[in-house]
Design a binder for this molecule. Structure first.
Ligand code: PRX
Length: 657
């Protein structure tokens, strides 16, 4: 990890303002009275964490073989939860609801980007998943095999994930915004046997394609993929590899609806999800079954106050990210909820699309990201005002810090000045929500994720790992293992230990700066490592730097995440061109496209600045902190450790030109 800045460094004056935040919103008497979870839960969990989680697991899940053990932490940092139990995730998400007489309840209201709709009841979704499980098995897929999933936000994504879980195959979803190269490296790392994709999807009223990226990814030999299953979504022409490619309709569509789900060991891997770290190579975060399902189901009930018989839940995250795994695919279905799934963007065909969907399906719980909320603020409150949002009774936020203004706007304009807001802090690695208010218990506070959930031991520590007092900042850590914690990095135990467990002895290091306020609420202050957060998407500075220097015109590159009003952070790149490369307007476009090709459109720098030098320490480390000052238009901070202290002047001079 290069140049770790402390949380205190990052915070500045803004933090003082945050910590004087005095607005608080107590739950209404009515909300508190009907809430699923009451305050006694904290004490109960504190008394015996593993026993608490064991109780929740038995309550919320159906185990095919009951467990007798809860946590085994005898070999840290490798935890096992409910180790001798057996469970099937798909049975828990589907069959058992049908068996309990709830087969006619709507599981998914799907709203396509062009306005087409599909509704799946629990009985119908169960059938579809059984068919997919049979079809995948017929293609040679067996328990433990890996499946790469490169799909848009369509019901087949959820069906695919649950079909994999049903047969014990391990899914690895690659977000559709990643390029062919990124897809290939993830396929190779996981040695995926099967790829599930679509011809394409729709973006802002136009067809966009996915299958060509799969073809490109698999064009070079030496991969592990035997078959590619293709969902027909937008009807575009696609190239076809005979013998390798099969249409979803010809396989899944023709398969039997009979399929018995057998239990898998609690620690059987459920999925791998790649996420950006501090080095160039994405990490395959590994999650297993029993503990993950327990915590996702519990947090979904507790944090969103879910009443499955009456609520309509809508999480706007794409299935390509962990939020789309935990709070679209797994938790809502495990809990028997009715949810909305939407394929498109908030602005197509008009800027009221989200609110139209809320009105149409009477969404009662909406879970989205601060970037979206800030965008809606920019578009103006007269847009949501045109729709009936009275069904909303709870609002959630995830992915990045939510600034108090956006929080207040969200509450007032979308939540009718009464819906509690739950700001939820968690990560791909944590698998489920870790810090959030309990809406019937906690008085909510704009901008703060507030309280570690019952059974979760979050703390803020200083450089040496000592807990800091209220009113002070430091690093967010987790002191005790939790059920949905990652079990490792796929194929790299050393990297797992090194990344998360070596910074502070015996504690999980999250990579985030945080502060306790005087009331004992947690404020998240952003990453303290080389990870950026752009629109709630995690991007690695080093990964984008590697992409830039792989272009023949670039000699050196440094990337920083600069504060951005809408997207939280924006990617700003500083590049030194090779002697032979000519600096012209085209080079910036060329380099942006090059990053798009190497990683994906989501990683394209917003700004690329061509500079003569980069600021480095005597040991050769790039001082990104100084570049961040430049990118954010601030006076450049302490540059005394630079090997050459004229560099910042040279950069300023070249940017003036
Ligand atoms: O920096 C934190 C930020 O997002 C990071 C995790 O990103 P990812 O693994 O992609 O998962 C995002 C969705 C769970 C964290 O290290 N983050 C996430 N939620 C919040 C947040 N920062 C502040 N407040 C949050 N509520």
């Amino acid at each position: 990890m290069s140049e770790v800045t402390t949380a205190a460094d990052q915070s500045g004056d803004a933090l003082e303002n945050l910590l004087t935040e005095s607005r608080q919103f107590a739950p209404s008497v009515e909300f508190a009275a009907n809430a699923v979870i009451h305050g006694g839960e904290y004490a109960k969990a504190n008394a015996d964490r593993p026993a608490f989680w064991g109780e929740k697991s038995r309550e919320l899940l159906t185990w095919s073989k009951p467990f007798t053990k809860t946590l085994d932490w005898s070999n840290p940092p490798f935890a096992t939860w409910f180790e001798d139990g057996e469970i099937n995730a798909a049975y828990n998400a589907l069959d058992r609801h049908v068996e309990a007489g709830n087969g006619d309840r709507v599981a998914i209201y799907f709203e396509g980007e062009p306005g087409d709709t599909r509704t799946y009841t629990y009985a119908q979704l169960t059938e579809e998943v059984k068919k997919a499980a049979n079809a995948f098995e017929a293609l040679g897929l067996a328990k433990g095999d890996r499946v790469a999933v490169y799909l848009p936000m369509i019901p087949e994504a959820v069906i695919t994930l649950l079909a994999c879980a049903r047969i014990g195959a391990i899914h690895s979803v690659v977000f559709g915004g990643f390029s062919a190269d990124a897809l290939r490296s993830r396929i190779d790392d996981a040695e995926a046997k099967l790829v599930i994709t679509a011809d394409g999807t729709f973006r802002r009223g136009k067809p966009s394609s996915l299958k060509p990226a799969v073809d490109e990814a698999l064009s070079a030999p030496g991969h592990s993929v035997q078959h590619v299953v293709v969902v027909k979504r937008n009807g575009q022409d696609v190239n076809w590899a005979e013998g390798r490619d099969v249409w979803w309709d010809d396989t899944v569509g023709q398969a039997s609806t009979e399929h018995t789900a057998v239990g898998h060991a609690s620690e059987h891997p459920l999925f791998i999800l790649y996420t950006s770290g501090t080095t160039g190579k994405p990490k395959g975060i590994l999650h297993t079954t029993g503990g993950y399902l327990t915590q996702t189901a519990y947090t979904h009930r507790a944090v969103f106050d879910l009443h499955p018989e009456t609520d309509v839940f809508w999480c706007t995250a794409d299935v390509g990210w962990v939020t789309g795994h935990s709070y679209v695919t797994y938790a809502p279905l495990i809990n028997g909820a009715t949810q909305v799934m939407y394929e498109g963007t908030p602005d197509s065909p008009h800027q009221g699309r989200f609110w139209e969907i809320v009105e149409k399906y009477k969404v009662s719980i909406l879970y989205t990201a601060p970037t979206a909320i800030r965008t809606f603020m920019k578009w103006g409150e007269d847009i949501p005002a045109k729709y009936d949002l009275s069904s909303i009774r709870l609002l959630g936020s995830v992915g990045e810090p939510i600034n108090p203004e956006a929080w207040m706007w969200y509450r007032r304009v979308i939540g009718g000045d009464k819906a509690p807001i739950v700001d939820t802090w968690w990560q791909t690695e944590t698998g489920a929500i870790m810090v959030a208010p309990l809406p019937g218990v906690t008085s909510t506070k704009p901008g703060s994720a507030q309280v570690p959930l019952p059974g979760i031991a979050v703390d803020v520590v200083d450089e040496l790992g000592a807990s800091v007092q209220h009113g002070h900042g430091g690093y967010l850590v987790i002191r005790e293992p939790w059920p949905a914690m990652l079990r490792g990095i796929w194929g790299d135990n050393e990297r797992y230990k090194d990344t998360y467990w070596s910074r502070f002895d015996g504690m999980y290091f999250a990579g985030d700066g945080a502060k306790w306020d005087e009331d004992g609420d947690v404020w998240l202050l952003g990453r303290v490592d080389d990870v950026m957060n752009v629109s709630g998407h995690r991007l690695s500075t080093t990964e984008i730097e590697s992409a830039l220097v792989s272009h023949p015109s670039v000699a050196e590159a440094a990337v920083v995440g600069a504060a951005d009003e809408t997207t939280g952070q924006a990617v700003v790149a500083f590049v030194i061109l090779r002697g032979s490369a000519v600096e012209d307007a085209d080079i910036v476009t060329t380099l942006r496209n090059h990053v798009g090709h190497e990683i994906g459109p989501i990683a394209k720098p917003k700004t690329i600045l061509v500079v003569p030098e980069l600021p480095k320490t005597r040991s050769g480390k790039i001082m990104r902190r100084l570049l961040k000052d430049v990118a954010e238009g601030r006076a450049v901070g302490d540059a005394s450790t630079l090997a050459d202290n004229t560099v910042m002047n040279q950069i300023a001079e070249s940017l003036r030109k």
